[in-house]
Design a protein around this ligand. Structure first.
Ligand code: CA
Length: 220
């Protein structure tokens, strides 16, 4: 027993997956296909997708944001948990990755629930705000370029309804956030957002050590 978060050895992690991972077959296929890409580490872990799906159910979410879509795993995991009239607004700039995403969304019967915006996410988010969609989203997942994390967080908070949830990926950054010798731009951007959210009285928050670290912040 422990009063701190347990270390997941490979055996224990395998056990965790064995007794808890209920991965949709298309999600599994998508994960296997993505693993063939050199950028595959950008994909979230399957147990994190399952946690996000559970949060969607708990929120009774209908309208969500996926900021940094990559090959579409997080958007699909969320879409599968949404009701039939639910919607994911997905933001990415990469044609090749999102074409792959679209194939798998269609395969899972979720294509109509996911609206892809191929443009810089900050442009898409500002358009949504300008079109009067502030405070209409239930959930936002942030997993795009780390330099803009603080800006994505602000835009997501504007778009979320009170009680809505923002989830921010990679907040532990393979442990590099605690390695002060590492002063690269991405690492410092993540540190800056972590420190900002910690002090942000507009949200209740928890940093969950799942995957590469996932901060959950509920708009008050
Ligand atoms: Ca990520």
């Amino acid at each position: 027993m422990s009063t701190k978060t347990i270390d997941l050895t490979p055996d224990l992690y395998a056990y965790l997956l064995k007794v808890s991972l209920r991965e949709n077959t298309v999600l599994k296929k998508l994960r296997e296909e993505t693993h063939k890409l050199s950028q595959y580490v950008m994909q979230i872990s399957p147990e994190q997708g399952q946690l996000m799906a559970l949060l969607i159910e708990l929120l009774g979410a209908k309208k969500t944001l996926d900021i940094g879509t990559f090959t579409g795993y997080s958007a699909l995991a969320v879409a599968l948990a949404l009701p039939s009239n639910g919607k994911v607004v997905a933001c990415d700039i990469n044609v090749e990755w999102t074409n792959m995403a679209k194939q798998f969304w269609a395969m899972a019967g979720m294509a109509e629930k996911i609206e892809l915006h191929l443009a810089p996410a900050l442009t898409t988010l500002q358009k949504l705000i300008d079109h009067g969609e502030a405070e209409t989203f239930d959930f936002a997942f942030i997993d795009a370029d780390k330099n803009n994390y603080v800006h994505y967080y602000e835009a997501a908070l504007t778009l979320l309804r009170p009680g809505g949830l923002v989830a921010i990926d990679n907040v532990l950054w393979s442990g590099e956030v605690a390695n002060l010798a590492n002063q690269d731009k991405d690492t410092n951007s993540i540190r800056a957002l972590n420190e900002f959210i910690f002090k942000d009285e507009r949200v209740s928050m928890s940093l969950v050590p799942i995957g590469d670290g996932l901060t959950l912040a509920r708009k008050r």
